[in-house]
Design a protein. Sequence first.
Lengths: 112, 112
Amino acid sequence: GENVEQHPSTLSVQEGDSAVIKCTYSDSASNYFPWYKQELGKGPQLIIDIRSNVGEKKDQRIAVTLNKTAKHFSLHITETQPEDSAVYFCAARSGGYQKVTFGTGTKLQVIP
Amino acid sequence: DVKVTQSSRYLVKRTGEKVFLECVQDMDHENMFWYRQDPGLGLRLIYFSYDVKMKEKGDIPEGYSVSREKKERFSLILESASTNQTSMYLCAITGISGNTIYFGEGSWLTVV
């Protein structure tokens, strides 16, 4: 089955700096890669996603890149703010809707 | 706004007790899921259901069962709770497209 590795497990940045979280996947059939943000005491929420036919996608301060050849994808957050502090999960979907495999999470702390 | 409601947010149960975790959605979505979230392990799929009375095992079904008698309600059952089932449990739904997974707020279960 699919295996998704996520690094780093914790990340501290100064407010205004950029943050990058990286994930690798193993199944070349994976075709959809969402990113979720989980704030303290809440369930994860989708923040951005990318499909396998696209190399990069941006939404304001958030961007995701995908390298299908190397089987890795990354989340980039620019101009970080304290409200960006949360746990971030990457995921990969191969096959049907049920086959979504999540990474182990990255705890991002933005220091004011 | 999508609503996935997990009625029990915090539970403390004794070893050997039968535990029910309830999840209700208001989106008329077909697919419902139960995940378990543990530090360093990410989100792991326990069971999912794509229709009333239908269920499929996920990656870690041992020690759990599920029930879906109505489209909007999906229950996770721990027949005989054990301490290694202490965890956060997340209910989730997707629509027909299966792209965006909407999560509930989570149920924190402690088994003593």
